[in-house]
Design a protein around this ligand. Structure first.
Ligand code: NAI
Length: 333
């Protein structure tokens, strides 16, 4: 039995994490959940939206599955997600975007992955008020973090038989910061002669991704561009309801969907748990449970291919619980 931290999150978090727990029970996965809470409700009770015991649990278990947590906009506490990534040094955000069986999209043969630097850039949270009419935020890029994420991207490409790494920047404008990011990527690329390397400006990349996403393979990006481009990539493969992700560091990994807490559909039994489920497939692969990962992935894909029990975001009218039941039935077949 392996213990894994599970953060149920808020908004649609509790609904979609229940779906994962029920499905893992049906799979008879050798996993024991260590349930932890984070977010606004916890902040009221415990004085912090991310209590130390949550961090301790992840450090102890080494792996966590996390449902989304709401971040107050323009005020309030710092994002739990950003804090978690920083505190645990989860420096690589990995977000695969490939065509999912049964989900009709504009493009076929999309198979790209965003590798996003997760600890610095504008997300370092270094902001200050200059005066009432002027605010300032620092875009922090370091050689250490840029080299580390480039190494992660190339290593990922090598291990997974990927052919090309594209480094994304706005180095024509941010000459020093994005310039350093590219310099580090180039240096690392030299050590991987079997992998093609190219550089694309982020605005051009966005245009090209909506015109012909099949051109791209592994995208290596600083934090902000990575955040935006990975949502764009989610849109190419069926939307946020199916977009999976992982945050990986040297000692721990936290698996989570790309989407947020979707307050607009909270508590309505409408949310699509696929993104969190596919993130849990990544988690199973990470801990070496490959057979279980394949069984879960196949069950999800078979239900999606069936086209009957789809949630509203995919054009169906199944409730979260009905979709979950359909996957459990498929597992038990
Ligand atoms: P969102 O991703 O929560 O929602 C955007 C749209 O997609 C909404 O219309 C929502 O209903 C829909 N959607 C998202 N996930 C879905 C799912 N699984 N099934 C069906 N429909 C789904 O983004 P939004 O509204 O910008 O953010 C809401 C909150 O989530 C914010 O407080 C934000 O900071 C937080 N957030 C948290 C993240 C995390 O915990 N990792 C990541 C992104 C945002």
């Amino acid at each position: 039995m392996r213990t894994i931290t599970l953060i149920k999150g808020d908004g649609i978090g509790p609904e979609i994490s229940k779906s994962v727990v029920d499905i893992f029970e049906a799979l008879k996965a050798p996993i024991e959940w260590d349930f932890q809470e984070a977010g606004a409700d916890v902040a009221e009770k415990e004085g912090s939206p991310l209590p130390q015991k949550v961090l301790d649990s992840i450090k102890k278990n080494g792996v966590a599955l996390k449902a989304p947590v709401t971040t107050p906009i323009g005020k309030g506490f710092r994002s739990v997600n950003v804090t978690l990534r920083k505190e645990l040094d989860l420096y690589a955000s990995l977000r695969p975007a490939y065509n999912i069986p049964g989900i009709k999209t504009r493009y076929e043969n999309v198979d790209l992955i965003t590798v996003r630097e997760n600890t610095e850039d504008l997300y370092a949270g270094i902001e200050r008020k200059v005066d009432d009419d002027t605010m300032e935020s620092i875009k922090l890029i370091t050689r250490g973090a840029s080299t580390r994420i480039a190494e992660f991207a190339f290593e990922y490409a090598r291990k997974n038989g990927r052919k090309t790494v594209s480094a994304i920047s706005k180095a024509n404008i941010c000459k020093l910061t994005d310039g350093l990011f590219l310099e580090c990527a180039r240096n690392v690329a030299e050590k991987y002669p079997e992998i093609n390397y190219n550089e694309v400006l982020v605005d051009n990349l966005c245009m090209q991704l909506v015109q012909n996403p099949t051109k791209y393979d592994v995208l290596l990006l600083p934090n902000l561009y990575g955040d935006i481009v990975s949502d764009l990539a989610a849109g190419l493969i069926g939307g946020l309801g199916v977009a999976q992700g992982a945050n990986i560091g040297k000692d721990c990994a936290v698996f989570e969907a790309v989407h947020g807490s979707a307050p607009d559909i909270k508590g309505q039994n409408k949310a699509n748990p696929t993104a969190l489920l596919l993130s849990s497939v990544m988690m199973l692969e990470y801990i070496g449970e490959n057979e279980l990962a394949d069984r879960l992935k196949n069950a999800i894909f078979n239900v999606l291919k069936g086209g009957v029990s789809l949630t509203a975001d995919l054009g169906g009218n199944a409730a979260t619980t009905e979709y979950t039941e359909a996957i459990i039935k498929e597992i038990n077949r």
